[in-house]
Design a protein around this ligand. Sequence first.
Ligand code: ADP
Ligand code: TYD
Length: 216
Amino acid sequence: MAGFFITIEGIDGSGKSTQARLLRDKLVEIGHDVILTREPGGSKGAEEIRSLLLQGNTDRWSAETEILLFTAARRDHVERLIEPALIADQTVICDRFVDSTRIYQGYAHHNLRKLVDKLHNLMIFRNPDLTILIDIDPTIGLKRSFARSNHETRFENLGTAKQSIMRNNFLKLANDFPDRFVVFDGERDFGIIAKDIFSYVTKFNATQTTAKTHNG
Ligand code: ADP
Ligand code: TYD
């Protein structure tokens, strides 16, 4: 059986990293062998590209260059960490993946969504089995992420209006891929959200395992 690939998506400060850690802990408790990783980054080379992407002025890169950098980082991450883990039957939880590129680079400046999809199909291929979207009002999200403030603020500096567009685009994307997307309300207590996510993930994984067993 191949491993289980879960991605967590949402705007900045929606609670992705918090929920990724809580989900990892709960899955480990029930016997999953879990790798928790993130994008941009997750492998040595991709972490180096991360600092090029997240530091500096908002207009540091053109949208096209940004897509290439995110895709290069993702290729390294998939080659070196994600694929080997899935082949070894591990559960991989990734904090952001290609859907973030579809939203942040695909829609942000011009309509480059087709370019993101083309590059994904050409260089990455791997899609998540399940994508957890944590939905939140951007005013709450930005308040949370600036409270934990560090120097990786290139995208957070986009402001509430743009984050609001991202939020709506994430919700539209969830409708484009209904088989793998599930949306959770991120404005609740983090323990309650974690419980909901865990319950959904275990049911989803059981269905997937049964399907794989029946299909050989
Ligand atoms: P993201 O990875 O989506 O940017 P984080 O998980 O890092 O979000 O959360 C951003 C900040 O908000 C952190 O300081 C975290 O402790 C806090 N936080 C996360 N989830 C909740 C929640 N449900 N309620 C209140 N604060 C939260
Ligand atoms: P992240 O560290 O997940 O930020 P946060 O915890 O605040 O959500 O990601 C950093 C930034 O990178 C985030 O603002 C979104 C941006 N990003 C893209 O623009 N495209 C991408 O493909 C990815 C993976 C991230």
